[in-house]
Write a protein that binds this ligand. Structure first.
Ligand SMILES: *Cc1c(COP(=O)(O)O)cnc(C)c1O
Length: 386
């Protein structure tokens, strides 16, 4: 066993997908986003996600698609980012679905000498200002060009900039998408997919959409917005949100959605050393931590080389079901935990999973939720369990 490792529970991945499809059966197509090496879970996860019921996947590069094909040779795979024109032959060999980010790319792609009929999805920029067409005349032209080519227009999509819970962007993007597609017949395009995981759980079904994409949620994280508490500050926030919802005519939002999900990833390590630190002695870089009294510390073999980030805003780990604080700054390959006499050198330390939620890990490290998963998933040995 390596000093630190990530455990991926494949049964949980399958069950998460089942729970999501059961609760939200109103779309025809569900696209599982497995970019970032399946959010750090490894492409092997595709088998479990497929087993759970997903029949379409999305990646962000040819390299990821190549990796995915080792685990599933035939499932449809959309490459969210445009494949370089000179590499379309590789995309054809992998039988990839291509995203069309602008009209120039489409023209170049149609002119390329590849003997293959691609499935194409037009990307619309309805307010994110990243990839996508943002002119309705061009979108109409793109549809006409594709329909008179050997390729198949299978999808059209856009991506939301926000969850649209207290701001107008979500609704504005839906309005803009409708406007941008007003010169074409959306009913003739099999998969119209606008949203990702958070829009699925936080809002009613999008009327014109026939599909949805999802990422974080299928790895086991319920990202539905939570209700505020009953403190004065929380009640004021609630009032502000309600006022904004009226003012901007926002779509209904759902909070505290019940969804039976379990995080598939946990991160564990062994202990390198346990030692005493006397009152007044310092621990770690910058001598940031000074022992207030005689304490016992455990040295762990993990640091930012393992993707956990060097910041420590009150992090904790779990040993034998009990929480212990990380003290001092986190180094490249090591960090220290203040322990008690119940902790033994042979104990296993849990850094993520068990009682340490992704949200807690994220806040304590200053990293985003997906960023945490990618960081530790891609920088440690992965062990798959059922
Ligand atoms: C990453 C990504 C998703 C998945 O988003 P989640 O918030 O993880 O559900 C969906 N669509 C696109 C275009 C993405 O880049």
């Amino acid at each position: 066993m390596t000093d630190s490792y990530v455990e991926i529970n494949l049964t949980r991945l399958s069950n998460n997908v089942k729970a999501i499809l059961e609760k939200y059966p109103e779309y025809k197509s569900y696209i599982g986003v497995v970019k970032g090496d399946a959010y750090g879970h490894g492409m092997r996860s595709v088998k479990a996600l497929h087993h759970g019921g997903l029949r379409y996947f999305a990646v962000s590069s040819l390299e990821e698609a190549f990796d995915l094909r080792k685990y599933n040779a035939h499932v449809p795979v959309l490459c969210l980012e445009p494949v370089a024109i000179e590499r379309l032959g590789e995309a054809a060999d992998l039988d990839l679905t291509l995203a069309i980010p602008d009209i120039e790319y489409l023209r170049a792609m149609l002119a390329a000498d590849v003997n293959h009929s691609f499935k194409l999805h037009i990307k619309v920029d309805a307010g994110f200002s990243r990839l996508g067409l943002k002119d309705k005349g061009e979108i109409k032209e793109a549809v006409q060009l594709i329909n008179s080519s050997p390729h198949f227009l299978e999808g059209i999509y856009q991506h939301f900039a926000t969850a649209g819970i207290f701001d107008p962007h979500y609704d504005n993007q839906i309005r803009r998408f409708k406007e941008l597609t007003s010169l074409i017949d959306l009913d003739e395009i099999p998969i119209v997919h606008l949203g990702s995981g958070v829009s699925l759980v936080a809002h009613p079904k999008i009327d014109i959409a026939t599909g949805t994409r999802m990422g974080l949620i299928m790895y086991g994280y319920n990202i539905s917005p939570s209700s505020y508490g009953s403190s004065m500050k929380d009640r004021l926030r609630d009032l502000r949100d309600k006022r904004n919802q009226k003012k901007y005519h926002l779509t209904e939002t759902y909070r505290d959605v019940q969804l039976d999900l379990s995080p598939a990833m946990s991160y564990k390590c062994r202990i390198l050393q346990i030692k005493d630190v006397n009152a007044g002695e310092y621990v770690g870089y910058g001598a940031e931590y000074q022992a207030p009294e005689l304490i016992s510390i455990a040295v762990l073999p993990v640091g930012y080389n393992n993707g956990i980030g060097h910041a420590n805003f009150g992090r904790v780990v779990e040993i034998n079901g009990k929480r212990y604080p990380i003290i001092g700054e986190i180094g490249m390959n090591m960090c220290c935990v203040k322990v008690d006499n119940r902790v033994k050198l042979t104990d296993t330390v849990t850094l993520l999973g068990g009682g340490i939620s992704l949200g807690r890990f994220s806040r304590a490290s200053g990293l985003g939720l997906a960023e945490v998963l990618l960081g530790i998933g891609k920088n440690n040995e992965r062990i798959y369990i059922k």
